[in-house]
Design a protein around this ligand. Structure first.
Ligand code: AMP
Length: 420
């Protein structure tokens, strides 16, 4: 008898790989808890209308990709293609909203979309995500982005892009859709068939087209950023302002709209060059109208979802391209007289920060060559010990990845920074 194979686009996670999954999930849980997020688990299948009303009838996910079936009583059910809509259904049903207080939730689970399988694209895939429910303010958009960045960093991914856009409130989007439809209609004959079909049904998604001709036409299309009204502009400016204060790099991308209907205001996506065609490994945004679409009252919220398979692909690539260990700190001295101080300091750091990888020079090299080495090793920090530091029992901490700023501090402050 022939053997039975797994379904196309699904994968067994075998014992040899399960460690990687568990490590990633542990980091996701730890980071989420540190930001005050609690785990929620909802059923893998829901009534179909959770997604048709939530994600949107005209989206690719609902139109073409859902695993929908009638159960034995004839009711239409769907394997969840994403988490946010069912999570919102659960929050409404279980009354998880407290007035004026955000409900902070995270999830890890498997999701199902009937897509054409390729590298980084499966029919059953896994996501880790968070939702900050019940805050209309830009501070919560930034909290969600900062959590995502913290998670990505802890995984050891430093080489990625954060793309950011605002698709404004409903009024903004309606005005913009009219302008964009006009423009696309004028250029209709040069657009791909798929984009032509989307002009009336899902106009914004035309901006997402990967077709080269379409991309050229889209480059001259009106920008949504020129259509933001006062409220939308104010919200977006505040998000950018706080991200700037936090020293976060982002790329404003007016064509970023994302594939689900429920977004409003801030949308963002994380991209990596390690992934090839499917280069987005996570994304999210604000959704102010999803609760009312699912029968609740309006509860403004914001969240993100990361694709676990794609994160693991990036980590595998980093490992293959880097035979050097990933380190956090390289301790350097300006003179070999201070090596004893450096050794003591490295012991102190390892004792107080068990998760920090800290190495200290043992070859009596010059500061210049050590700084070069730190760059090569992609170290987050360098600690410099010279005459003043040794005399005053302080250290100079240089940030190697952000602004290259350096500060002179005592050892306790160093531990505070490293464990923040
Ligand atoms: P989305 O829910 O479409 O915003 O997707 C969020 C993240 O989930 C993406 O950035 C991907 O990393 C991941 N993802 C979405 N669809 C798939 C898929 N079919 N296979 C693997 N990962 C996916």
């Amino acid at each position: 008898m022939a053997t039975i194979q797994s379904i196309r686009g699904t994968k067994d996670i075998l014992p040899a790989d399960v460690n990687k999954w568990q490590e990633l999930e542990n980091i996701a849980r730890k980071v989420s808890n540190q930001f005050g997020y609690q785990e929620i688990r909802t059923p893998i299948f829901e009534k179909t209308e959770v997604f048709s009303r939530g994600v949107g009838d005209n989206t690719d996910i609902v139109n073409k990709e859902m695993y929908t079936f009638a159960d034995r009583s004839g009711e239409s059910l769907t394997l969840r293609p994403e988490q946010t809509a069912s999570l919102v259904r659960s929050v409404i049903q279980n009354n998880l909203i407290t007035e004026n207080t955000p409900t902070r939730l995270f999830y890890i689970g498997s999701y199902f979309r009937y897509e054409r399988p390729q590298k980084g694209r499966f029919r059953e895939f896994h996501q880790y995500g968070i939702e900050c429910i019940n805050s209309p303010y830009p501070e919560s958009d930034v909290e969600v982005i900062l959590l995502a960045i913290n998670f990505i960093k802890r995984l050891g991914i430093t080489d990625y892009k954060l793309k950011l856009n605002s698709i404004g409130n409903t009024e903004t989007r309606n005005k913009y859709k009219t302008a964009l439809t006009d423009y696309l209609q004028q250029n209709k004959h040069n657009l791909s068939n798929e984009s032509q079909a989307r002009i009336e049904t899902n106009t914004l998604r035309v901006l997402d087209s990967k077709n080269n001709n379409d991309i050229e036409i889209i480059a001259s299309a009106p920008s949504i950023l020129d259509y933001l009204d006062n409220e939308s502009n104010e919200h977006f400016n505040k998000v950018k302002e706080i991200l700037d204060i936090a020293n976060i790099n982002y790329e404003i991308t007016p064509t970023l709209v994302r594939g689900l209907d429920y977004y409003s205001h801030t949308v963002f996506e994380f991209q990596s060059t390690y992934l090839g065609a499917q280069d987005a490994f996570g994304g999210g945004g604000r959704y102010n109208n999803l609760f009312s679409q699912l029968g609740g009252k309006d509860i403004p919220s914001v969240g993100f979802a990361m694709g676990i398979e794609r994160l693991l692909l990036i980590l595998e690539n980093i490992k293959e391209n880097n035979t050097q260990p990933q380190i956090d700190i390289l301790i350097c001295t300006t003179n070999s007289d201070y090596l004893k101080y450096a050794t003591e300091l490295s012991l102190f750091v390892r004792q107080n920060c068990p998760n920090i990888i800290c190495i200290s020079d043992v070859n009596r090299r010059s500061l210049k060559s050590l700084l070069r080495e730190a760059n090569k090793l992609n170290s987050r920090y360098v600690i410099i010990i010279g005459e003043t530091e040794a005399a005053n029992n302080t250290i100079t901490l240089k940030y190697m990845q952000e602004n290259k700023e350096q500060i002179t501090i005592n050892k306790n402050k160093l531990i505070e920074i490293l464990t923040a």
